[in-house]
Design a protein around this ligand. Structure first.
Ligand code: SAH
Length: 402
């Protein structure tokens, strides 16, 4: 196996189980190496630090196992079994008594010690996303292990055209079924609510599984409220608000496709709901079109802001923070007195403190009295590896606005 030798004193982070080796830490490479190869990593003095996938770019190796120089043949199967057993213990896997959920994240990258691999399960289909050449190269082996390990999963859809960074060095990246594929349309069940999931045409793996717990919290506060679900996509928050007894729900997204989807999902659960409307509009335009709260007799008193990641990389942090500030200020200006604001950021490059500061600045701009009621994060099937704090990507605040 090709061996990567680190510069002197560059082994510190690996000894603390952080799974990334940056290219600047590498002294030399012994052997030939191609993107996606499994390589061994050693310190300058030759100590075995671990084995990982080689990638061109600033993160040169993603460690799969520490303190060794080879992987067992059963590596992927073992890791998938561990991931599955955690989801079973968390009561996310459907059983004869657990019939309210059939949708969960099976593998959350570093959080399941499988860097750059995402697997979401929707009933009998697993949707798999590779973010590195190494995971791409192992896709068939991983797909086979998924159907062997996860009871009831018969199909594996591979969706990595949009997530793999270096297409030109990787052969044949094509989205499609690796196994099975008879089911073309699927209804996912989340806390007893039903959603159409389209992993082929939809965003990411087809559904944002990561908001499950936060949607439940919103349901608890929806009774009698007028709800604005901004950036609604499949309408997850809208359907929960309806079940929670909202008096009116408006779903907004700039994508026409999303608006069609939210309508279908509301109809699937509440075929006769007349108090739901879906509007295709830009978020900023929609918010600025609302009357100032002082003159609004019927302002929204529950607003959800769940935008796409404003910062896709560290270089975009400054602009992203401005974006979060503007967006939250626009919502705080228009929300009714006594309103609740559920505000989120899913940008990995922006941490909790930065996000909170952006929301603080928005509050200060509007001069309204704002209090934090809940601090939200990602759910239990998106675990955060304690040695890899970068894995904590979803941040949310529930605010009371006077
Ligand atoms: N809240 C959703 C996920 C949101 S994903 C859920 O619970 O599943 C982000 C959504 O924002 C996408 O559907 C995208 O179409 C939409 N979007 C992106 N830019 C927008 C803009 N400027 N105004 C309104 N919607 C936008």
């Amino acid at each position: 196996m090709t061996t990567i030798y680190l510069k002197k004193n560059k082994e510190e982070s690996l000894l603390r189980f952080h799974p990334w080796v940056f290219s600047g830490a590498i002294a030399h490479v012994r052997g030939d190496v191609e993107e996606g190869d499994v390589v061994a990593v050693r310190s300058s003095s030759g100590a075995e630090l671990g084995v990982g996938h080689w990638q061109e770019g600033s993160i040169a190796v993603r460690i799969l196992e520490f303190g060794c120089s080879s992987l067992p043949e059963s590596f992927f199967r073992d890791r998938l079994e561990a991931a599955y057993s955690l989801r079973r213990a968390l009561h996310l896997v459907p059983t004869s008594t657990q019939t309210r959920n059939n949708t969960y994240r099976l593998v959350h990258g570093e959080g399941d010690f499988l860097p750059s691999l995402i697997v979401d399960v929707y009933g009998s289909t697993a949707v798999m996303q590779a973010h590195s050449a190494g995971m791409h190269r192992s896709r068939h082996e991983i797909a086979k292990a998924i159907v062997e390990v996860v009871e009831g999963v018969k199909s594996v859809y591979y969706k990595s055209e949009a997530t793999l960074p270096f297409h030109n060095h990787i052969d044949d990246v094509k989205d499609g079924y690796l196994i099975g594929g008879e089911e073309q349309c699927f209804v996912a069940m989340e806390n007893g609510l039903r959603f159409n999931v389209d992993w082929i045409e939809g965003q990411k793996t087809g559904f944002f599984v990561d908001q499950r717990e936060n949607r439940s919290l919103l349901e608890r506060y929806s009774e009698g409220r007028k709800v604005l679900n901004m950036f609604c996509y499949t309408g997850g928050f809208s359907v929960y608000a309806l079940r929670g007894g909202a008096r009116e729900v408006v779903s907004v997204d700039s994508s026409e496709k999303a608006i069609e989807l939210v309508k279908r999902n509301v109809e699937l659960n509440y075929p006769t709901a007349e108090h739901h409307r879906a509007v295709a509009s830009d978020a900023f335009k929609y918010l600025s079109s609302l009357p100032p709260v002082a003159s609004a007799s019927d302002a929204f008193d529950l607003i959800i802001l769940d935008p796409p990641a404003f910062a896709k990389h560290r270089g975009a942090i400054r602009n992203a923070l401005q974006g979060y500030k503007r967006l939250n200020a626009a919502a705080m200006e228009k929300i009714a007195k006594g309103g609740l604001l559920f505000t989120f950021s899913c940008s990995q490059a922006i941490d909790k403190e930065m996000f909170r500061l952006a929301v603080f600045s928005a509050a200060a701009m509007t001069g309204r009295k704002v209090r934090i009621l809940h601090q939200l994060t990602q759910p239990q099937d998106h675990p955060i590896n304690i040695y890899h704090p970068e894995g904590e990507y979803l941040k949310g605040l529930v605010l009371a606005v006077e």
